[in-house]
Design a protein around this ligand. Structure first.
Ligand code: R5P
Length: 308
């Protein structure tokens, strides 16, 4: 099967970077809107029997980008693609992964069903909000992480006396993976609770952070409220606070409140396109790593070996 890459409109920069690293062009397609808002897609090249990777983040505008991804997959299926991998650097709706209150949907599962029904043969995602979402699919899911990239970046800063901080209990497992890569540095956990959607309160810090340099790791920064509160709290007792987050959703005035926070630096990846870096916000690219992952999937090779 020939390898083909195709991009939706959510993150053309990342898709183009992956394509140039792989030394191949993006497959041409037409993405248009009808006047009533419906999305029109046409694949402009023959892709019969090909191994096609569709790159699209389900980021803001979430519903448009999701629908566009589904329609591209449907077009590829009907054009007889040999295999279709949905490369979803940011899997939107992942935070709706369970019923926390009566009569709520599980939208992360609905999205998984929609992708399969559209015709995806497999999925490649970066740092899912919770790993259980893998089980929402009956097709293979490769979940890769930005942690190795973050670890390399932090190591280069030669930080004195670091402590990795999980901003909530759910983030502990991944924070521990980061701490392991930073010469097994200590780990602390913030006891965060939510009183309402998009609001968070901090109760306690579990672990010793006194006088250390805190490195917070979270999967998502959305409104920025959780991180800013964590930074405020940690600043009271630590030397400096760095923030690492895979997905910079940055809703509302998130960028402004992060910029004016006490964080020394906020480091995110390009799973979601950010128009430009700011004084505090630094973007690391996942393009190189994802290009290796795509090649390994294409060649039926191990993906986990790339983490080493
Ligand atoms: C929550 O469990 C996630 O890991 C993030 O901490 C959360 O989505 C961040 O949201 P916000 O920036 O709106 O506080």
């Amino acid at each position: 099967m020939n390898l083909k890459l195709i991009s939706g409109s959510s993150n053309i920069k990342l898709a183009s970077d992956i394509a140039s690293l792989l030394g191949m062009p993006l497959t041409k397609n037409i993405l248009k809107r009808f006047r009533d808002g419906e999305i029109y897609v046409q694949i402009s090249e023959n892709i019969r029997g090909d191994d096609v990777f569709v790159i699209q983040s389900v980021s803001n505008p979430v519903n448009d980008n999701l629908m566009e991804l589904l329609i591209i997959i449907d077009a590829l299926k009907r054009a007889s693609a040999g295999r279709i991998t949905a490369v979803i650097p940011y899997y939107g709706y992942a935070r709706q992964d369970r019923k926390s209150d009566p009569r709520e949907p599980i939208t992360a599962k609905l999205v998984a069903d929609l992708l399969s029904i559209a015709g995806a043969s497999r999925v490649l995602v970066v740092d899912l909000h919770v790993p259980q979402i893998q089980g929402f699919f009956n097709i293979p899911v490769d979940e890769v992480s930005a942690i190795p990239l973050f670890a390399e970046y932090i190591k280069d800063l030669s930080i004195n006396d670091p402590v990795v901080v999980a901003p909530d209990v759910g983030a502990t497992k991944k924070a521990r993976q980061l701490a392991k890569r930073l010469n097994n540095c200590p780990l602390a956990i913030i006891d965060k609770r939510r009183s309402a959607h998009n609001e968070s309160d901090i109760y306690n810090i579990v672990g010793d952070v006194e006088g250390k340099t805190a490195i917070i790791f979270d999967d998502i920064i959305d409104t920025g409220n959780s991180i800013v509160k964590a930074v405020e709290r940690l600043s009271q007792s630590t030397n400096e606070v760095y923030v690492l987050a895979t997905h910079g959703v940055f809703s509302g005035n998130a960028i402004d409140i992060l910029e004016s926070s006490a964080a020394k630096q906020i480091i995110i990846t390009d799973t979601i396109r950010l128009s430009q870096e700011t004084k505090k916000i630094k973007v690391l690219s996942m393009a190189k790593f994802l290009s290796h992952v795509i090649i390994n999937i294409h060649n039926d090779k191990s993906v986990s070996e790339l983490f080493n």
